[in-house]
Design a protein around this ligand. Structure first.
Ligand SMILES: [Fe+2]
Ligand SMILES: [Fe+2]
Length: 288
């Protein structure tokens, strides 16, 4: 049996059509009506309103010093000696910067009036805005305030260039980047159980927030895959280690938390469905 990750197995035209139909139905159920101008979804707003009305904060002394967090949030490399929980908070703050920046760049340059609610891409763009909000909410449980900072220049160059690449090429890069993103979020979500188990209520809140992101990101991976044929999926598979190293280099906190080998092994497994297996609202394509 081949050890090739499923995500690089091409879909037949029938499977592609079926995927698009199922994925759109999932997005509509999950997100509700997309409001592109305000970058919002009807259903998702309700979810966040509920969270805002019932905020959860860790009790007792802060586990991350806000001054250390604020200082390091804008540094490429964290200061020497920063503890694990601070590294976790910094990784959380930095993880969605590239995606959000890329989406901001794209939305400023496309005619949003022409965006259709029949196109998964419309939902995917808006979901990325929610991810930044989700990460802010997760850090607020620790009493931290995350700022909207841009990604490092090298990543920004890549995300902005993607906008001008022909679709066949940009989808290749996007598939790899989404796999790296889903892997990173899964590792961060798992780490919360080590770091915050002492206060179950706040752990549950952080967990629920990560669930929002992970379910979305795994959907993005499947969508990017559906846009590629056999030849380009083969190239994407070959590119994954390079894209993984490139993106992870920009968030050194990941390597400090998990080690380079574990990070890259997880990325290359590309087992995105396992990353959401525990969530009832996940999207798992069923191909007949
Ligand atoms: Fe994201
Ligand atoms: Fe994504």
């Amino acid at each position: 049996m081949s050890s090739k990750p499923d995500i690089f197995t091409p879909l037949s035209p029938v499977q592609k059509d079926q995927f698009l139909e199922d994925y759109l139905a999932h997005l509509r159920r999950r997100d509700g009506e997309p409001d592109v101008a305000n970058r919002r979804f009807s259903v998702r707003e309700q979810f966040f309103r509920e969270f805002e009305e019932h905020p959860v904060r860790r009790s007792g002394p802060l586990v991350v010093d806000p001054a250390v967090f604020r200082r390091n949030e804008q540094k490429y490399h964290p200061e020497v000696g920063v503890d694990e929980v601070t590294l976790w908070a910094l990784a959380v703050a930095k993880t969605n910067r590239a995606e959000r920046d890329g989406v901001d760049y794209a939305l400023a340059r496309i005619d949003t009036e022409k965006m259709s609610d029949r196109d998964p891409y419309t939902y995917i763009l808006i979901e990325e805005f929610y991810h930044t909000r989700v990460l802010k909410d997760a850090l607020s449980v620790l009493g931290l305030e995350m700022r909207d900072l841009p990604p490092p220049r090298t990543t920004q160059f890549l995300t902005h260039s993607l906008f001008y690449f022909p679709k066949p090429i940009s989808h290749l890069m996007v598939l790899c980047a989404e796999i790296v993103g889903a892997t990173g979020f899964r590792l961060l979500a798992d780490k919360t159980h080590e770091l915050f188990a002492d206060q179950p209520e706040s752990l549950t809140r952080i967990d629920e927030l990560f669930q929002q992101i992970l379910v979305d990101e795994v959907g993005h991976v499947h969508y990017a895959r559906s846009q590629l044929g056999p030849a380009r999926l083969k190239i994407a598979e070959k590119m994954l280690p390079f894209v993984g190293r490139y993106l992870l280099r920009d968030i050194p906190e990941f390597e400090l938390l998990f080690g380079r080998q574990k990070m890259m092994e997880s990325v290359l497994q590309a087992d995105v469905d396992s990353a959401v297996a525990q969530y009832a609202d996940r999207f798992t394509p069923i191909y007949r």
